[in-house]
Design a protein around this ligand. Structure first.
Ligand code: MG
Length: 251
């Protein structure tokens, strides 16, 4: 593989670990929906939530995941059955994804409006990634998080990123579209993402066949996802250790 002329990176689960923020927001939404007697959450439920975070695809599932854990569903059952189980639990409580998603968004928005520093402080950078970014000449970030928060989090680490290098939630476009748009301007693009389904979506686009796709094994994915990436002809499984090394050691 030739070295990339552009490195494209997802943010959450690749550069930045937002697990604490996810859990705090999810817990607040769970409390609003289910009014549990015991607050605050136990460390055990937090730790189990962190491990199961990869099963969550959309925001509304987060409080439902906590509800499942508090109702006694085992980690193994949740890993196997999650998409159906999540919907069953919703229907059982006469809820729907849209209204639960709106509650999650509102709780997060209120938190950000009332105390931005505390919200930002629930984010951590994976070891070594900031140094790697500083050492990378050409990179863009493609994320479903709002650009203004990404910019602020990176600024705190001494990384400045220009507007045309940051594609956040407000762009409202799928990641494959953004890659397609970037392609004519850059030769070889390498893209790192922690969600297998996003990479599989990109794989379906014939005009993106020369984009090298990496699954970040340190992000929010499961062993079964990493196995698929490892066995794939097209995808590369990348470790945090490799990520910090030179490009010729990435595969
Ligand atoms: Mg991600």
């Amino acid at each position: 593989m030739r070295s990339p002329s552009l490195l494209a990176l997802d943010f959450d689960g690749v550069i930045c670990d937002g697990l604490f923020e996810y859990f705090q927001t999810a817990w607040r939404a769970y409390c609003q929906l289910w009014n549990p007697d015991k607050t605050p959450p136990t460390e055990e439920v937090a730790q189990t939530f962190y491990r199961l975070r990869p099963v969550v695809e959309t925001g509304w599932e987060m409080p439902v995941l906590i509800h499942a854990l508090e109702s006694g569903f085992s980690e193994a059952v949740i890993l196997q059955e999650w998409p159906n189980l999540a919907l069953e639990l919703l229907h059982h409580h006469r809820l729907n994804p849209k209204e639960v998603g709106a509650i999650v968004d509102r709780i997060r928005d209120q938190w950000i409006a009332q105390d931005l520093p505390s919200w930002l402080s629930e984010h951590r950078f994976y070891p070594g990634v900031i140094d790697r970014l500083k050492a990378t000449e050409n990179f863009v970030i493609i994320s479903t998080k709002e650009a203004r928060f990404i910019r602020q989090l990176l600024q705190e680490q001494g990384v400045e990123i220009q507007d045309d290098r940051l594609f956040g939630k407000e762009k409202q476009r799928p990641k494959y579209e953004i890659l397609r748009q970037l392609k004519p301007h850059y030769g070889t693009i390498w893209f790192i993402e922690d969600r297998l389904k996003t990479l599989q979506m990109i794989e379906k686009h014939p005009e993106l066949t020369d984009v090298e796709l990496f699954l970040a094994d340190w992000g929010y994915n499961l062993l079964r996802d990493r196995d698929i990436a490892q066995q794939s002809d097209r995808l590369h499984l990348l470790s945090l250790d490799q990520f910090q090394r030179s490009f010729d050691l990435w595969s």
